[in-house]
Design a binder for this molecule. Structure first.
Ligand SMILES: [Zn+2]
Length: 402
């Protein structure tokens, strides 16, 4: 009882009545990290009669290692002892973190994507349950996402965060694999179009990915989103989604031989809808990236010269892009980075992007060499993309051969 009478300890509290003890005990039982709500005695035993070991100031953060009838075992100032649970409050667990820009959210229900951040605004498209989307922005309980070329809003409470915003992407030139997320489990699509889904129910298709497009399995995403038999979560050309396992192969079957079509024939195709037979794979590229068949021969020659100079193959990030991929880029990156859908040479497979690594940047040795030498092989870096232009892009080269 001394503690109550000693003026120094006037504010030091012991367990009060049974009621409060129980409440305190209940609170503490489930919490590991707590803070003191008052100056509090640390005692040698779980009893007011236990020897005083220390005085723990109010608002001290402690870890509870054990509890016993209204008392909690904690360690403070190098001493392990017991304090009244009634004056320990659980430190709230970092509450299910709010959705933030850059997070990956999974829809927990079928939803409308709405034009504005309110439930009364115009519905744009439906989103399937278990669809996975990148949050572009947030506003008062709503998250902005994009689906099938539409950008709109959903209530954040229907998004379960499956991955927090990744840190800054790191591009290491030497270890470059063409895959920005460091994924190495590579597959190629066995089917022609439209098999990348926002959810495993297959209701919503993200895009038309041509046959023999490389995709990377993201196992971590599968785990966090909840893996489903017969489906894989994959990333391809800046998009991600679910694909049926039986539509994927371990090898590309695309030809790596120049096929006999003129550039003019390919350019007469609808942008982003080039016939399969007019596309060829870059044979020395790890991803067997697809390109307009008539551009392949000159690219092979350019690569041979590059290899002679630098002792390595040219790195190609992207060449042919379908219309759906272009739409996705447009929505994601905007007009200064992405070309207006239907206008880019990527849509005919007559453009390549090198990686955005240092050596391929304006100051880099690969870019400088390519800019000087690619013309000989009918590949050019256009003036509008030069440094200083609002469209500056070191990595884009166009094919200008016949
Ligand atoms: Zn490009």
């Amino acid at each position: 009882m001394g503690a109550f009478l000693n003026p120094v300890y006037a504010q030091v509290l012991e367990p009060a009545t049974g009621q409060i003890q129980m409440a305190g005990a209940a609170r503490v039982a489930t919490a590991k990290t707590v803070h003191t709500t008052a100056n509090l005695n640390l005692r040698s035993r779980p009893s007011p009669a236990g020897k005083k070991l220390a005085l723990i100031p109010k608002n001290t953060r402690l870890t509870v290692t054990s509890t016993k009838s209204g008392w909690s075992q904690v360690r403070y100032a190098g001493k392990t002892g017991w304090s009244s649970s009634a004056y320990l409050r659980a430190v709230p667990k970092a509450s299910p973190k709010a959705v933030k820009r850059g997070d990956l959210g999974k829809t927990t229900a079928e939803l409308w994507l709405r034009q504005q951040a309110n439930t009364g605004s115009k519905a744009l498209v439906t989103l399937p349950k278990n669809g996975i989307y990148t949050v572009k922005k947030t506003s008062k309980g709503f998250s902005q996402i994009a689906s099938r070329g539409e950008t709109g809003w959903v209530q954040s409470k229907y998004l379960k965060i499956v991955a927090k915003k990744p840190g800054r992407e790191i591009y290491i030139d030497k270890k470059y694999t063409s895959n920005r997320d460091g994924l190495t489990d590579r597959f190629w699509t066995k089917v022609s179009t439209g098999k990348l889904h926002e959810s495993v129910n297959g209701k919503v298709r993200i895009g038309d990915i041509p046959r023999n497009s490389v995709v990377y399995r993201n196992l971590l995403m599968e785990k966090t989103a909840g893996s489903v038999k017969g489906w894989m979560f994959v990333q391809t050309q800046g998009m991600s989604g679910w694909m049926k396992t039986n539509q994927l192969a371990r090898k590309s079957t695309a030809t790596t031989k120049p096929v006999n079509y003129s550039a003019r024939t390919v350019l007469a195709q609808k942008n982003g809808k080039v016939a399969q037979k007019m596309l060829a794979a870059i044979g020395w590229d790890k991803e067997k990236t697809l390109i307009a068949a008539p551009a392949l021969k000159d690219l092979n020659r350019l690569n041979a010269a590059f290899k002679k100079k630098f002792g390595r193959n040219l790195d190609v990030d992207l060449a042919y892009r379908t219309r759906a991929t272009q739409d996705a880029y447009w929505v994601d990156l905007g007009p200064y980075i992405a070309a207006r859908p239907g206008t880019s040479n990527h849509g005919w497979g007559t453009a390549i992007d090198t990686p955005e690594t240092y050596h391929y940047s304006f100051r880099g040795k690969y870019h400088k060499w390519l800019k000087m030498n690619s013309k000989k092989y009918n590949w050019v870096h256009r003036k509008i993309l030069e440094e200083g232009s609002p469209y500056a892009e070191a990595w884009h080269f166009d094919y200008v051969g016949k």
